[in-house]
Design a protein around this ligand. Structure first.
Ligand code: CTP
Ligand code: CA
Length: 232
């Protein structure tokens, strides 16, 4: 049973956080996965609990255990994560999509273990697009009377076409959520690390000062930002 901590700005509010990395089955024993540790999602859950919220954690594969006191819905694939997030949405005041959702899944899941072939030919894996869960949540919000704050995360690098901020602004506009937590990825990997530097980009064009520190410090800033949008 989940509890709302007695006080705090999110007392009585329901926060849904997706966390971890999805796994897309290839056959009964293999999957396509990613390196998400789940640590940022767990820190978000802790931060929301500390602010008094009732927390539902939609949890894909993670290296760390969820904090006590939240409702945990375990999922494996992006499709399962989508179903769990959309099911929680009507009773959600704040949705934070921290999960690393696979963009693609194998077009077919083979029912039996894929074996090496006698003729020496190698298997070819065809991938198909997964749904954009964040985008679907934004669309599901349309017409709803109670407020719902929706946030996404994005790790961006610069490339020949644009800098990370430009990519992130375009992504925020595409998703239609209220804010995007931008991690500018340089040569140092963020996955599995214990600290972070992020900028919060608002749909209203605002950009926060850089938030630097532990994943918990980032989580406090993100949950605080969502709480202010929910109740200005
Ligand atoms: N996300 C999602 N569903 C997907 C992919 C991503 O809900 N199928 C969410 C992530 O949880 C994150 C945000 O969208 O909060 C941004 O993820 P990102 O991978 O940066 O966005 P994509 O739209 O997949 O763009 P890209 O092609 O750059 O990977
Ligand atoms: Ca992606």
């Amino acid at each position: 049973v989940a509890r709302s901590g007695g006080s705090g700005p999110l007392r009585g509010r329901r926060v849904t956080i997706s966390a971890g990395g999805t796994r897309e089955a290839l056959d009964p024993v293999r999957f396509l996965g990613n390196r998400s540790s789940g640590k940022q999602g767990m820190a978000l859950a802790e931060a929301a609990l500390a602010q008094g919220a009732h927390v539902t954690l939609v949890l894909a594969h993670a290296d760390v255990a969820p904090p006590p006191g939240c409702d945990v819905v375990r999922v494996e694939s992006a499709l399962q994560l989508r179903d769990a997030v959309l099911e929680a949405l009507p009773a959600t005041d704040v949705l934070v999509m921290a999960a690393a959702v696979a963009d693609f899944r194998p077009a077919e899941v083979v029912a039996t273990k894929i074996k090496k072939r006698d003729d020496g030919s190698d298997p070819v894996i065809t991938l198909v697009r997964n749904p954009d869960v964040l985008r679907e949540a934004v669309l599901a919000r349309e017409g709803r009377s109670e407020p719902l704050v929706i946030a996404g995360f994005a790790a961006e690098t610069g490339d020949a076409t644009a800098d990370p901020l430009t990519h992130a602004r375009a992504k925020l506009a595409r998703k239609g959520c209220d804010f995007l937590v931008l991690n500018v990825v340089g040569s140092d990997l963020v996955f599995g690390e214990d600290s972070n530097t992020v900028t919060i980009l608002g749909a209203d064009g605002t950009e926060s000062a850089p938030v630097r520190g532990s994943k918990r410090a980032v989580a406090d800033a993100v949950i605080g930002h969502a709480a202010r949008l929910l109740a200005p």
